[in-house]
Design a protein around this ligand. Sequence first.
Ligand SMILES: [Fe+2]
Length: 237
Amino acid sequence: MIVDMHCHVVYGVDDGAQKPGDMQDMLRLAHENRVKHIICTSHIAPGEAPFPAEKYEAHLAEGQAYCDSQSWDLHLHPGSEILYTRDAVRMLDEGRVPRLDGKWAVLVEFWHECPYSTMEEAARKLTDEGMTVVFAHIERYKALGSIRRIRDLKERWGILMQMNSHTVTRKLPFFTERWKQRVLRDGLVDIISSDAHNITSRSCTMLPAWEKLRDTLGEERADDLCGGCIARVLELT
Ligand SMILES: [Fe+2]
């Protein structure tokens, strides 16, 4: 079962889908990629920019109705990709930011140049609240170029590490490619998701990523990375 737990498919609320037709195109592509569940993780910057919660919920429901009208076995769940800000923990606690499928779990991103100390702070504060924490697209951060730090975050706070499916399918520059092969081989990545924003430049590539992982790491590991792990966390079936 493929689960895409990082996807900007809900239209009109962030830099992902802009119009109903964009959302429908993205849903069709997800269905073609054999995705069964999508966690609709629109961007939220708690305390820095208002989030149109009602619009988000209405458009998500529209998306689900569209899937149902096509008779696709594709299920949309609420969520968000929160930028780690000073207000993030408080607003999550107060229920003002959608958690992943309403469970006590959160997808967190950072500024690209974010220092490691801030990531440690986020890991500590969020897990202190009892949350399961997923760090979004770990390949983006200089601070996580160090394998030791990734291990440290996992060992101390049980942080789950998410990598984008495009990163799996693409050949990267030499040193980044070497880092990618190592974190995948050493089991430091837990979840592969599309982080799709559209059907062109940032599209859903879950199936090609699953195929590549199956060929390199084996089918069982590919299944776990592309759905199994997050399905266990969120109790999706
Ligand atoms: Fe994202």
